[in-house]
Design a protein around this ligand. Structure first.
Ligand code: DLL
Length: 436
């Protein structure tokens, strides 16, 4: 069995706990002194940094939420001064405002280490060719795995997303060993290869590091068969760092959470009380070593369970199950995080033509997510000629793509044709089968 950092990844649980304790005590003092939001939250419950003596005290600390990040937009939760921040990433917020994350040099390095560990979990080494087809930019997928692959010493191909014909050409000609992208894009690549008459044997791929969206074991089997590879599940979120918070090992029986850096808890999704290993609930993380924007008990909204059962791979870090769902209304469409409120605000930018009544249908066709948005036009636009209505539809589709990054199909419907509800409006239906 190969590891990137055996000492840490296979550390005995007692030593790991001691390391986590030292880091947590240091972290709490650091945020109390440097982040007014944390100081205020702790003062409000009369909690002093000295009350936190070790990792077992973690549940005394208040939670942090996406709302806190939104309130502090853009840099309110940063603990380092701007001169020490070397990188910014961001992901969707609930109302179009981005959730911004800042990294110091050490943060970038720790994150690269996590992605290097993840690549080794997927059988990669410094002799490998790693093709990164996650998007580069504010999204953490591309640059995260890129830095990890470079840290490992692998030959790194920064393909980024899109232009699938070229991706296939590069995969083939550069003899990539690993493909990093969303699972849905991996299937799309397989489809395009089939259409172009390219056989999986013509590629040299051995592994895939797939994540950024929920996927199932059925999908894993499909990808593995169609691309002739082993498909690994990689988990992460920008707020905590990016990809590489947790990663499948070769036994593919839960993702090891890199616990020396990210302390995971599962809390009951209603009471928010800590649960026991094996119980399902909301995943909460504390970043134990971050400087730029450390987070204390950050509520991910992802539902899953943790296990501390020993793993045959020798890694001692706990494992998380697949993500079963979310506690908020965030949708993930082909890897892109979308809140219905963002869609609404794009539609309402065109309120001279459309009414504030819409209905979103998410589905999965041939393993690809689809999203259709029905929106009522107002009386005035309804009487417009067809050409004008077609132009409006195209404009809305274009706006949704440029502002949220999703290819949605917009269907204009007549005024008063969508169902009205008396209580809370139901505006989204997700027909994708629950993942198992
Ligand atoms: O998706 C980071 C990432 C990039 C992870 C590349 C893996 C690979 P965000 O855009 O902030 O970050 O979205 C984070 O995506 O809270 C989950 O709901 C979901 N997610 C990420 N990985 C997985 C996965 C990146 N393996 C949100 N399985 C998270 C299920 C996942 N859901």
């Amino acid at each position: 069995m190969k590891y990137f950092n055996k000492k840490i990844e296979c550390m005995d649980r007692q030593s790991l706990k001691e390391l986590q304790s030292v880091r947590l005590v240091r972290l709490v003092k650091y945020v109390y002194e440097n982040v007014p939001v944390y100081r205020a939250k702790m003062d409000a419950i009369s909690l002093k940094p000295s009350d936190i003596k070790g990792i077992d005290d973690i549940s005394k600390l208040p939670f942090t939420t996406k709302q806190d990040l939104r309130d502090g937009y853009p840099f309110g939760l940063f603990a380092s001064s701007k001169k020490d921040i070397v990188r910014i990433h961001a992901s969707s917020g609930t109302t179009g405002k981005l959730t911004v994350v800042g990294y110091t040099k050490r943060d970038v390095d720790d994150w690269a280490e996590c992605c290097a560990r993840a690549l080794v979990c997927a059988g990669m080494s410094k002799d490998s060719v790693v093709h990164v087809a996650y998007g580069y930019g504010l999204f953490t997928g591309g640059l995260g795995l890129h830095y990890g692959a470079e840290k490992l010493g692998a030959m790194t191909v920064p393909a980024s997303g899109g232009n699938t014909a070229r991706q296939i050409l590069l995969l083939k000609d550069f003899k990539a060993d690993a493909l990093c992208c969303t699972p849905s894009y991996a299937l799309y690549i397989a489809d395009e290869m089939e259409k172009a008459g390219i056989k999986k044997e013509e590629l040299s791929l051995k592994s895939g590091l797939f994540g950024a969206e929920p996927w199932s074991d059925n999908m894993r089997v499909e990808i593995e068969n169609r691309l002739g590879i082993k498909a690994y599940d990689i988990y992460g979120l920008s707020e905590i760092s990016g990809p590489g918070v947790a990663m499948d090992c070769s036994y593919q029986d839960g993702k090891h959470v890199f616990e020396d850096l990210f302390y995971p808890e599962i809390v009951d999704k209603d009471t928010l009380l800590p649960t026991k290993f094996g119980e399902e609930g909301e995943l909460v993380f504390t970043t134990l070593n971050k400087q730029g924007m450390p987070l204390i008990r950050y509520r991910t909204r992802d539902i899953c369970a943790l296990t501390d059962a020993p793993c045959r791979c020798g890694r001692t870090h706990v494992r998380m199950t697949r993500v079963f769902g979310r506690t908020d209304d965030m949708l993930i469409i082909r890897g892109v995080n979308v809140f219905p409120s963002q869609i609404e605000s794009v539609l309402m930018n065109n309120d001279q033509a459309v009414a504030p009544h819409y209905f979103i249908t998410v589905d999965r066709v041939n393993m690809q997510d689809t999203i259709e948005i029905q929106v009522e036009v107002n009386e005035k636009s309804f009487s417009d000629e067809v050409k004008k209505l077609e132009a409006l539809q195209k404009k809305l589709e274009h706006d949704l793509f440029t502002m949220i990054g999703i290819s949605a199909s917009v269907k204009l419907v007549s005024p008063n044709s969508l169902p009205r509800s008396e209580g809370k409006a139901k505006r989204v239906v997700d027909l994708r089968k629950p993942l198992q």
